[in-house]
Design a protein around this ligand. Structure first.
Ligand SMILES: [Zn+2]
Length: 439
């Protein structure tokens, strides 16, 4: 007699990510109550299990849903608003003034929903976000059926969301209390950057993070200018200052870490910090190139991030995998640097581990949540396929994603995104915001 399940998927290849270096040919994945119940050869799966939902996916590779380790989802409404500017001018001349003028819960909710749709369509099932009005972002991710760690922003200037350090923290923690217990939405403390939050604020964040068991999400060492300014004002490099203030540790995700010397790398490795590598944003703002190979050599945990759509301008982890790999190869003058398997691991399990979710998501293993992405490797655009993992990094794009599940629930079915809100309404809202932003 066969056993009952909720969902059975029969792909051509199943790439679990952990254990590493394994590609299972003609295996099936069985889901019950949102959890991966079994992974077994297809003929056996057909004999042993039955389910109301069965997906035959010939030519497809099934991989874990990807984890976007650094985003500002709501900024999708500012996609392409300010191109061809370096970080400081991009932030100070365009982005911050626009945010001061237009920031509201409605802006954040609509922008984050648009971003969630884009991410799901491209196989991203979890987003580590940082922005104003975190309740509106949480609402958007929840509505879209994504998993998210919503950053409770702390920044050293007033905004429409909060007035000062105490206000940012107080309001943020109220939001966190309101969403306590949600199955897919969690929170982190998100001090914007060492240069935009004073010592007192960073110390409070370190204490609260430890007390409340919250991860920390912070931009750090993004540009040379940031480090020069820090040395001039405090006599310390930003990572050294964060260490002094008690922020470095295995629950901290350091975003960018483009300009790091031997001492900085040793600090990151010694404290078990995680790194969110955002190669496209770093290239577009001409911030520099993160030394990926040096970090891999030191066994620093790395995930991949898109950053916001105002500095990318795509929320596409296939693009980030490829850019990260190519940059590491060309800067190291070493074609063997950053192999495809390491890139896929960063885009999935590396991000999950940084968020403390490595026991829940990030790989296809029995007992984990069924966050899944199916990619068509039989598409004429990418055929023939000799190595499915190489293909995912170097040949495929998000346009080859055909199916996505979060916790065993389908979110993308045959390239169609299953949102509660239809595309026409989403487009109309984006268009309204566009008109307001340029008015
Ligand atoms: Zn960012």
């Amino acid at each position: 007699m066969s056993l009952a399940a909720d969902l059975i998927i029969h792909p051509r290849w199943l790439i679990p990510v952990d254990p590493a270096n394994r590609v299972l040919d003609h295996y099936s994945l069985v889901v019950r109550a949102g959890i991966i119940l079994d992974i077994l050869p297809q003929d056996e799966a057909r004999r042993r299990y039955h389910a109301p939902e069965v997906f035959e996916l010939p030519g497809r590779a099934l991989i874990p849903g990807m984890v976007n380790l650094h985003a500002h989802a709501a900024m999708s409404l500012m996609r392409g608003l300010a191109d061809d500017l370096p970080l400081a001018r991009w932030l100070e001349d365009v982005i911050w003034p626009t945010e001061r003028k237009h920031m509201s819960p409605g802006f954040v909710r609509d922008g984050a929903l648009l971003a969630a749709r884009e991410m799901l369509r491209g196989g991203i099932t979890t987003c580590n976000d940082m922005y104003f009005f975190p309740a509106a972002s949480a609402e958007a991710f929840s509505t879209a059926g994504m998993r998210a760690i919503v950053g409770l922003l702390v920044i050293g200037f007033p905004s429409a969301w909060a007035n000062d350090l105490d206000d940012y923290l107080r309001r943020g923690l109220v939001v966190r209390d309101q969403w306590q217990g949600h199955p897919r939405i969690g929170f982190a403390l998100a001090p914007h950057a060492p240069y935009s939050v004073a010592d007192a604020g960073l110390e409070r964040v370190a204490i609260l993070a430890a007390e409340m068991n919250l991860p920390i999400h912070i931009h750090v060492h993004e540009t040379i200018g940031e480090i020069d300014d820090a040395l001039a004002s405090s006599g310390m490099r930003p990572l050294a200052r964060l260490e002094r203030l008690g922020l470095l540790g295995p629950t901290l995700t350091a975003v960018h870490t483009v300009h790091v010397n031997e001492t900085d790398l040793a600090l990151l490795a010694h404290h078990g910090c995680n790194v969110a590598h955002c190669p496209t944003s770093n290239m577009k703002l001409a911030s520099g190139i993160m030394p990926l190979a040096a970090m891999l050599d030191r066994a620093i945990n790395i995930g991949l991030g898109t950053d916001g759509a105002a500095s990318n301008n795509r929320l596409d982890l296939f693009q980030e995998m490829r850019h990260a790999a190519l940059l590491a190869k060309v800067t190291g003058n070493d074609a063997s640097a950053a192999p495809a398997r390491a890139m896929l691991r960063m885009a999935t399990l590396g991000g999950a581990r940084a968020l403390g979710l490595e026991h829940v998501i990030g790989s296809l293993e029995i007992g984990k949540h069924a966050d899944l992405c199916a990619v068509d490797l039989n598409d004429p655009l990418v055929t023939p396929c000799f190595d499915p993992v190489s293909h995912l990094v170097h040949a495929c794009g998000r346009e080859q994603v055909t199916h996505v599940w979060v916790g065993g629930e389908i979110r993308v079915n045959d390239k169609h995104v299953m949102l509660q809100i239809d595309d026409n309404e989403l487009l109309a809202r984006a268009s309204l915001w566009q008109t307001k932003l340029v008015s």
